[in-house]
Design a protein around this ligand. Structure first.
Ligand code: 13P
Length: 252
């Protein structure tokens, strides 16, 4: 059985004062059946890790460089994230694929670096609206999955996959439950085919306009093991409600 995971991606949001939301989340949430993750901007990472230390809340980065160290101005290595208190890192988010031209090959190299540093890699895939309209969704996310994951070291303890349709991110639009199930079933089958028994524990998260009001039905959908939440993870109240919905959901 896979452990459920509620992951919050703060993106480029949050100053020092926002740490109170993480502290409130850590203080109020016990949710024994759910792993909880917050990925703040890098500037808050070590302070957030200190602030939630000893609670259920893990912290993670939002990106890393494939190299361990070196002449890469402005970049952060996986080892540095781990050193700052991270245990996870989000990789291949569509905003990075779009804003920074990240390719599947680069994301694969970053995933290898994350695994080498002992971080859990949360690898994101998702189609644009044009790709969905063209009937290419399964081909697009399948190719992203195949290209973004390494051959070795991929298990339920090292990798999480997040399906985030680009057109659902920050828009308030959500795919139908049938559309979510179709993609998650296909990702699950692809992971099983490539990694065999090692794939069994790999969590599949849905992301894109997850809110307290729609979380329960999404979590009841086939092969959904949790969520990668953007806007609604910025406040402890909203994220707590999503965590509670995940706790109450039947196991995938
Ligand atoms: O991109 C996302 C999480 O990584 C989803 O963002 P929203 O929940 O704000 O749509």
């Amino acid at each position: 059985m896979r452990r459920k995971l509620a992951a919050g991606n703060w993106k480029m949001n949050g100053l020092s004062g926002s740490l109170g939301e993480a502290v409130a989340l850590a203080a109020t949430h016990s949710a024994p059946g759910v792993d909880i993750l917050l990925c703040p901007p890098t500037t808050l990472l070590d302070r957030m890790a200190d602030a939630v230390h000893g609670s259920k809340v893990a912290v993670g980065g939002q990106d890393c460089h494939p190299a361990v160290s070196g002449a890469h101005t402005g970049d952060i290595s996986a080892e540095m994230l781990a050193d700052a208190g991270a245990s996870y890192v989000i990789l291949g988010h569509s905003e990075r694929r779009a804003d920074h031209g990240e390719s599947d090959a680069l994301i694969r190299a970053k995933t290898e670096a994350a695994l080498a540093a002992g971080l859990v890699a949360v690898v994101c895939v998702g189609e644009t609206e044009a790709q969905r309209d063209a009937g290419e969704t399964l081909a697009v996310v399948g190719a992203q999955l195949a290209g973004s994951l390494p051959d070795d070291g991929v298990t339920g303890d090292s990798v999480v996959v997040a399906y985030e349709p680009v057109w659902a991110i920050g828009t308030g639009r959500v795919p139908t439950l049938e559309q979510i199930a179709e993609v998650h079933d296909s990702l699950r089958a692809a992971l099983n085919a490539r990694y065999g028994a090692a794939a069994e524990g790999i969590r599949l998260l849905y992301g894109g306009s997850v809110k307290p009001g729609n979380a329960a039905e999404i979590f009841a959908t086939s092969n959904v093991d949790g969520a990668l939440v953007g806007g609604a993870s910025l406040t402890a109240a909203d994220f707590s409600a999503i965590i509670a919905a995940l706790e109450a959901a039947p196991a995938a």
